[in-house]
Design a protein around this ligand. Structure first.
Ligand SMILES: NC(=O)CC[C@H](N)C(=O)O
Length: 222
């Protein structure tokens, strides 16, 4: 079981994500965004949070054109696993690997606090350790977390049970309270909240640890 965490100029959650993956027993390598391939045997790619390229143009827009993204795309097309957190989710929507877009928060303010999230589906390797309907507390830290998609996409996401997480108390205006979505094959997850920041008792909460703790087993049996 091997993970690769991509590092962009401006990433700031790359090491946190690597720490959470390694604590879950997943061998993890850091990959610079200018690399053109992933390490041999990569099962899971982590696209971390932060402010890639200073969030210029649009959050994630410049990172989406990085050389390594082609390899990430190919990995996903081969059925590989990808998790994008916060800026990582923004990058995945910019690449088209996930549908929709992240707009400026409805209140036009950067929000940094722990929020209650509902696990909308347990049917993915990322959410299998929770039960659908569980409420968990996970930190958010973003100014562009307001998820939007066209009505057809929204009905498809709902019909195909691809909404992974919703906000119990919508902090940013996201349509249908959406906090995270899955790809069609359920192997690519994008989410604005930061499970890697709730993965150790010292973080003040451990609700995110379960996402990583069972990932290795879930990936192996998937
Ligand atoms: N923590 C992050 O990944 C920040 C995400 C993004 N750059 C925003 O502020 O919207």
């Amino acid at each position: 079981m091997k993970a690769a965490v991509i590092v962009f100029p401006g990433s700031n959650c790359d090491r946190d994500l690597a720490v959470a993956l390694r604590a879950a027993g997943i061998e993890t390598e850091m990959v610079w965004h200018k690399d053109t391939s992933l390490p041999e045997g990569t099962d899971l790619v982590g696209v971390p949070g932060g402010f890639s390229y200073g969030d210029y143009l649009r959050c994630g827009a410049i990172a989406a054109t990085s050389p390594v993204i082609r390899a990430v795309h190919e990995h996903a097309q081969r059925g590989g696993y990808v998790i994008g957190i916060c800026n990582g989710f923004q990058i995945l929507t910019e690449t088209g690997m996930l549908p929709g877009a992240l707009l400026r928060n409805a209140g036009l303010k950067y929000i940094c606090r722990t929020v209650p999230l509902r696990v909308a589906t347990a049917e993915s390797v990322y959410t299998t350790s929770y039960a659908s309907g569980d409420t968990i507390n996970i930190p958010i830290a973003h100014h562009d977390g307001n998820y939007i998609a066209d009505p057809d996409t929204l009905s498809r996401l709902a019909d195909e049970d691809r909404i992974a997480f919703t906000y119990a108390d919508n902090p940013n205006g996201s349509v249908h309270d959406i906090a995270g979505v899955l790809s069609e094959n359920r192997r690519v997850l994008g989410m604005m909240p930061h499970p890697e920041r709730a993965a150790d008792a010292a973080h003040g909460g451990t609700d995110g640890r379960r996402l990583f703790a069972h990932l290795a087993d879930a990936l192996e049996s998937a």
